[in-house]
Unconditional design. Sequence first.
Length: 197
Amino acid sequence: MNEQALSVREAITSRRSVKNFNGQPVDLENIVSVLEDARWAPTHGLRNPWRFVVAANQEYVKFQDVLKEYGVPKWKELSEEELEKQMKKFRAPGAVVFVVVKEDVRQKERLEDYAAASALIQNAMLLAWDQGIGTCWKTPPFIDNPKFREELGVKTGERIMSMLQFGYYDDIPKGRVRTPLEDIVTFYGMDDEQEEE
Ligand SMILES: Cc1cc2nc3c(=O)[nH]c(=O)nc-3n(C[C@H](O)[C@H](O)[C@H](O)COP(=O)(O)O)c2cc1C
């Protein structure tokens, strides 16, 4: 297990989605340790509704051909230079994890399973951040492309919830503004009193 460097609060408030990775590969063992721990996300009925498709090291380099096919529109018509420019977004991360969730036929269970998998993804992002590895949860349209799904071995009744990119970075992105708490919280039973004052 890795030494923990950040408190939970520090990890949550300092984590940023990294969109500019520096191209350094991320070792498979780092990804495995993150996923091992991330699995402790809450899951109703212990349904463990998730599985992962991981591409790291040389496998990630090979996988970039698949990303080119599905993630770069009309890549066959582009010049070498233009294609390389487009491929930067896929070459810069060091590894990728596709989080695949079972789609329960029951609506409540399906929503709960999505919620549980979201908690798992946040766990993974925080654990990676603690190791100095950046992540970005991405949902490009091609994750729902039947041919891309087939390429990853995703079956009927499963959904790719996230293309979770992992990678090292040179600069920490600036924090993005969140809605102030006072705009989104109601303290039950206290609002009427304040309005009367
Ligand atoms: C469900 C979900 C889907 C996302 N999809 C994308 C995406 O497709 N592309 C992208 O650049 N960022 C994506 N993001 C990342 C958000 O843009 C990012 O979390 C947001 O800008 C806040 O930045 P922060 O995470 O650094 O605080 C996604 C985040 C979530 C939760």
